[in-house]
Design a binder for this molecule. Structure first.
Ligand code: AMP
Ligand code: MG
Length: 518
């Protein structure tokens, strides 16, 4: 597959724009003054079929800054509704997002959307803009998630411009161009259910099934036997979204990611991480960690996320009830959530701990680790990373492990036990873990350690690290965005000289408050 240097060769008819016009408003973007490229991702460009040379062309800058429409595109803002913080908010929509169109990438079609390119009919009280601070955070977070292998929308590029944008203070304007097969949300379904438009709800569900979940049309997907009801594909759609969402939640939980605003309008129908705002990757572990300053009640705290996702799926099911008259199969689909989530957690936690099999007692072992981490506020990321190297678990000295596995960075990081204020408790747990490893006899320690290092990241996008990239970018220095991009795209591979990016924030570092104001 040869890559193209222009969007023109890649753009295809925008299938979302072929839906009835009730779903969106066609409108142009509003250009910024003299936008500058902060960063563009050659990897995401390749997913669109764009060559690296394309990223330095004027056409590219014009398109991804909203200065010119995408050649062959069909620019629009989509309408949706949603529950915000558990309360029905009514109509929302792309208040500062423009879908530019659809591109035929090498692995399937991809939509390109700009965030911050001007007002739309759904802007409500907003200005249609995004600030550099939050845009750097969205840009880097989507690459961090990609590096971690967690489903996400993927940012293609980030531009900034001098246009002032008023938030608590005057800030720099920015536009993120982001990609996904679709940006349809749970709230897109809630919108038509609330308006009592089963016709449009069915149109939307059919569109999503035909494009992304064609297996839902397969009559054999019905496990119930007997005559297949005409609404069966919508039940199967819910089941598929339940499964993807449960897997996504496990993905978030095991890296300590908190989304911060899990409103139903921020929940992707494809099970992608969507709309990075006041998110946070945890430093010291606290199950009740709240990353969004606005979330005073902790509705979206780390420990609450899996249950909130279930609540959000319930809202989706409730919407689908408009076109699925029988509530029972919808309830049955929702009931699959817990098993899917726990199954995904079990798989991922056993990988994180390097357990080749799941045995009786493993759940208690893992629960006790969480309790120890909680009591000591042990660093989330380093706890799992350093467990791979915990002394006494292998006969090889640390230097040899590092030599064999090519990971020199860890000599500068605290060893596992030292991450806990309760060192004795950590030692005692380590002895139980060591005994447990002894009952995985088929596994060589080299395999276990290599497996653990491949799933437990060294680099995550800690708030204080992202802040360094923001502060440099606000001064016009984009090198820090580039450096962090490089580390986060493969967060499992230690890079020498980059120890500071792996370390927990220094004691006494100022607490950064992130909120919905972006
Ligand atoms: P969020 O909490 O970021 O998901 O935003 C909720 C809703 O508010 C979405 O419909 C956004 O498009 C809209 N919104 C947020 N910020 C702005 C802004 N600056 N201008 C216009 N709409 C916005
Ligand atoms: Mg949103």
């Amino acid at each position: 597959m040869t890559l193209s240097s222009s969007f023109a060769a890649l753009v295809k008819p925008n299938s979302f724009a072929n839906l009835p016009s009730d779903f969106y408003t066609r409108l142009p973007t509003t250009p910024l003054t003299a936008p500058r490229l902060v960063h563009a991702s050659a990897e995401v460009a390749a997913l669109l079929g764009l060559a690296p040379e394309a990223l330095v062309t004027q056409e590219f800058l014009d398109v991804i800054s909203g200065t010119q429409p995408m050649p062959g595109g069909d620019t629009l803002a989509a309408v949706y509704s949603g529950h915000q913080f558990g309360v029905w908010a009514g109509q929302l929509g792309d208040g500062r997002a423009h879908l530019l169109g659809e591109i035929q990438g090498p692995n399937g079609s991809v939509e390109l959307q700009l965030k911050g390119a001007g007002m739309t009919p759904y802007s409500r009280m907003g200005d249609g803009r995004a600030v550099l601070r939050s845009s750097v955070r969205e840009y880097l977070a989507s690459h961090a998630m990609r590096g971690l292998g967690i489903p996400t929308t993927q940012a293609l590029s980030l531009v900034s411009a001098r246009n002032p944008v008023r938030r608590e203070t005057l800030e720099t304007a920015a536009v993120v161009a982001r990609t996904a097969p679709s940006f349809i949300r749970f709230g897109s379904f809630e919108h038509w259910a609330a308006r009592r438009r089963p016709d449009l709800l069915r149109t939307l569900a059919d569109y999503v099934i035909d494009r992304f979940y064609p297996e839902c049309r397969d009559a054999s997907a019905s496990a119930l036997g007997g005559a297949v009801k005409d609404y069966e594909p919508y039940v199967q759609l819910l089941r598929a979204v339940v499964r993807r969402t449960a897997t996504l939640m496990a993905g978030w939980q095991v890296v300590g990611f908190c989304h911060g605003v899990m409103n139903t309008d921020n929940m992707s129908i494809l099970g992608l991480t969507l709309d990075y705002g006041p998110y946070g990757f945890m430093d010291g572990f606290d199950a009740k960690h709240i990353c969004n300053h606005t979330d005073s009640g902790g509705r979206y705290a780390w420990h609450a996320q899996p249950a909130v996702a279930h609540w959000n799926l319930y809202q989706l099911a409730n919407s689908l009830h408009e076109i699925v008259p029988d509530a029972e199969p919808l309830k049955a689909a929702l009931d699959e959530y817990e098993g899917c989530f726990l199954g995904a957690m079990q798989t991922q936690m056993s990988q994180k701990l390097g357990l080749a099999t799941w045995q009786v007692g493993d759940e208690t072992l893992i629960d006790d680790l969480w309790s120890l981490m909680q009591a000591s506020h042990a660093d989330f990321t380093l706890t799992f990373r350093q467990l791979a190297y915990a002394p006494g678990l292998t006969l090889a000295p640390l230097e040899q492990i590092e030599r064999d596995l090519g990971a020199t960075v860890n000599t500068n990081l605290l060893p596992f036990v030292d991450l806990f204020a309760d060192r004795a408790g950590a030692q005692a747990w380590l002895r139980r873990y060591s005994a447990r490893l002894g009952s995985d006899p088929t596994q060589r320690w080299q395999e276990r350690v290599a497996g653990m290092l491949a799933v437990n990241p060294l680099y995550i996008l800690r708030n204080h690290i992202a802040q360094q990239a923001i502060e440099a970018a606000e001064k016009g220095d984009f090198s820090e965005v580039q450096r962090q991009y490089e580390l986060l795209r493969n967060p499992f591979a230690a890079q020498s000289g980059q120890e500071a990016y792996a370390a927990a924030p220094p004691a006494g570092a100022p607490h950064l408050e992130v909120s919905c104001s972006s």
